[in-house]
Design a protein around this ligand. Sequence first.
Ligand SMILES: [Zn+2]
Length: 363
Amino acid sequence: MDSERDPLDSPSLSPPHPPPTLFDKDRHVMFLQMMYQLLPYQYQTQEINRLTLAYFVISGLHLLRQLNSIDKEAVADWVLSFQARPRVQGEINNEQFYGFHGSRTSQFPSDDNGILVHNGSHLASTYCALAILKIIGFNFSNIDSESILTSMRNLQQPDGSFMPIHTGAETDLRFIYCAAAICCMLENWSGMDREKAKEYILNCQSYDGGFGLNPGSESHGGATYCAVASLRLMGFIEDDLLSKNGSSSIINVPLLLDWSLQRQAADGGFQGRPNKDSDTCYAFWIGAVLRILGGEKFIDDKSLRGFLLTCQSEFGGFSKFPGQLPDLYHSYYGYTAFSLLEEPSLNPLCAELGIANFATLGI
Ligand SMILES: [Zn+2]
């Protein structure tokens, strides 16, 4: 799921040295520790996604086994300060969503008439907030999960999809995924109607085996991840489907496997759609689908590693395309991709949640 408007995308710079041959963990740790202290000014336009950026940094440090370098108590207090809460108990049924805001500014937005709307909490920020809290070992019994789950049901549409925010917006597979990941982390599925969500997801599988963001849309790597990971989180498909009886699954597994494997391009990297350039982040979006299916053994690991290393920056982090400057989004998905490739210095990944395995969190 790539943002086409990545502000850190820059014109191609030719790499000053031959591409490195090793995953340079020390530089990646330095890169993330720098981002933990202070974000470069280029991220100003992403202020609204502050929690998401923090998720990339903190979950990234966890994948790199460097979580001891952060102040967990300060991080927990900061994350919890973004939760929207009902002013009185009865207010929970007022059609609003009481999740987490993406940043401080979204806590005080105004509408077209200049009237302040106090609740702009969002499903994606809520996923990121809970993921950060989980990673730092916060005790979830101290979270007001009742408000989150009860109000989240207001966001689910009659067709099973989710709006990300109570004031309305596009509805698609991305927000079903966020809702499923939220329920999974809170260990409580009262926040969504899983059957309806399943029906929506099944309607998004295209004739070519991949999934589009909506029924009838073109297959896309990010949408395919959201579909398969959500079905796995909700318990509708088993892990390692290929070794079991894939033909009895609720999705067309052989066609999905075929579509996913065809996304590995001649340069070794993964593309999000046919005829697109390889891009670091799809090594995770499609690699994780293959992991869930049990089809990662069909990936050409060596050439994927080779492609990813051409996107590894000499400053630490990863870029979208070879030879560009790194950004947090592609750095994070570079780390998750290397974790899927079983890089020995990284924590193993929980493919369907996009963070390190719960076992490595001591949960
Ligand atoms: Zn990308």
